[in-house]
Design a protein around this ligand. Structure first.
Ligand SMILES: O=C(O)CCC(=O)C(=O)O
Ligand SMILES: [Fe+2]
Length: 326
């Protein structure tokens, strides 16, 4: 994979500084309404945007990436103990076609229990600092996701479904490390894919590498500053919105530099069914997806034969694709 030429694409940047400090945003406030519109437009046009948030302090940010370094420095025998009964939730690494990549998953990551059970497996002797740091971070990121999701619901005029959506949301945090490639090695960090969750919030250390495929098919790279987070729509959000929002293909390409890339993503998954609100269905927008169980969809995607599908959610519950449904 070569380097990308300059692209005319640039991700929208949305500034949420100070937004999360008002715990009950006043919906009549014009800046809030404007931001709701910017959020949905960005998710419709690019499937993602750069969110600037000031809730994660510089100290916490540094502590998170120090914690990730300690985590990945653990022996492989320990890291492979990161297992889950849910598909695609555990350790990923030592895979020949993505040799630079390694990652670990923390389920229920915004809860003390979720973090603690992960820490207990990685550090049976205990590591309170790790748990504290990660939990502070994941809770703040869950708040970011919840605000963005509220904005999406408000902007589509379907606030009445927001409470039940919020109640069924759980979070999976994935900590990732990308080694720098050797000179004679491919610089592919992670393969092109779309996320299968509702909304992803992704953050990285100072090493760039994320690339997004725009709707016109052009790939472009994303440069992130320390207080920036990528907010991205997963296939579940695309289906829920009846294809209004777009779930973009993305990948990671490493530079031949000296430094490893660490990133941390938090994915939202719904417990139970996801259904397109009837308000989002009309003559101009006929229903595209049947209601689906989010985790069963993930199990479908986890099957070898479904990994290469261009659009897994369409194959799983797309209205015009019923014969492929399991
Ligand atoms: O590390 C990154 O920037 C991207 C990770 C990613 O796309 C994923 O985990 O789904
Ligand atoms: Fe992804």
């Amino acid at each position: 994979m070569g380097s990308l030429t300059t692209s005319h694409h640039k991700l929208p940047i949305i500034d949420f500084t100070d937004q999360l400090k008002n715990t009950t945003p006043n919906s009549t406030e014009s800046s809030w309404i404007m931001k709701c519109k910017n959020v949905t437009s960005a998710l419709e046009d690019y499937g993602c945007f750069v969110g600037v948030f000031d809730t994660v302090s510089t100290e916490l940010d540094t502590a998170v990436f120090d914690a990730l370094k300690d985590l990945f420095d653990l022996p492989t025998e320990t890291k492979v103990q990161n297992k889950s009964t849910k598909p695609l939730y555990g350790y990923v690494g030592q895979i020949p076609f993505i040799p630079l990549y390694e990652s670990l998953g923390i389920d229920f990551s915004n809860t003390p229990q979720g973090i603690q059970s992960f820490t207990d497996v990685m550090w049976p002797e205990g590591n309170e600092d790790f748990s504290k740091t990660l939990l502070s971070y994941t809770k703040l990121v869950a708040e970011m996701e919840q605000m963005v999701v509220r904005m999406i619901f408000e902007s589509y005029g379907v606030e009445k479904y927001h409470d039940s959506h919020l109640k069924s949301a759980t979070y999976l945090c994935r900590a990732m490390k990308y080694k720098t490639p050797e000179k004679n090695q491919s610089n592919m960090g992670f393969v092109s894919h779309t996320d299968k969750d509702f909304v992803t919030i992704l953050h990285q250390n100072q090493v760039n590498g994320l690339e997004i495929k725009a709707k016109d098919g052009e790939w472009f790279s994303v440069e992130l500053s320390p207080s920036s987070f990528i907010v991205m729509a997963g296939e579940a959000a695309m289906a829920w919105s009846n294809n209004r929002m777009y779930s973009p293909y993305h990948r990671v390409t490493m530079n031949y530099g000296k430094e490893a890339r660490y990133s941390i993503a938090q994915f939202s998954f719904m417990e139970g069914m996801i259904e397109t609100p009837e308000e989002l269905v009309d003559e101009a927008h006929p229903l595209q997806y049947e209601a689906f169980d989010h985790l069963k969809f993930l199990a479908f995607y986890d099957k070898e034969e479904n990994r290469k599908l261009e659009c897994a959610i369409k194959a799983y519950c797309g209205v015009c694709d019923n014969n492929k449904k399991l």
